[in-house]
Design a protein. Sequence first.
Length: 164
Amino acid sequence: MAGRRVRRSAWVLALAVLLPACAVNGLGFSNDHRVKIIAPKDRAKVDLPVTISWRAPSIDRSATAGPFFVLFLDRAPIRPGQSLRAVADDTCNRTPGCPDISYLRDRYVYLTKATSLTLDSVPKRSGQRTGAKDSHEATIVLVDKDGRRIGEGAFKVDFTVKPQ
């Protein structure tokens, strides 16, 4: 009887110590419907150039302070609260005005106020065989005027470029 009580007390103590470590405070899990990608359809086969377009009716695009859309092609977006400077390398970070629009575009990161973007090219996968599926992922996030990501919402579409 005493052994059972000791084991039960040990379990209660272990749970009391371990459960607080499992907390998920500060995470805002909710559906974000501010942006809806309308083209291409998810997993569509497309020709280049490809136009990615979306609707964002609840976002005031006339505001000069943002928010702005950032499309990340075949790369992870910046984390919530992180700035577009996270995309930059050390040389860029030491250069005033960097990263700029052309620096970002060279890395397949596109900043825009518009609700569509036409891509003339897509990144080539290293070691990609001729005739292999040319699959790509576009992810859109929102940033403020300072290039800092707003919220946790990320809106993505996968597509495959047809062989040319």
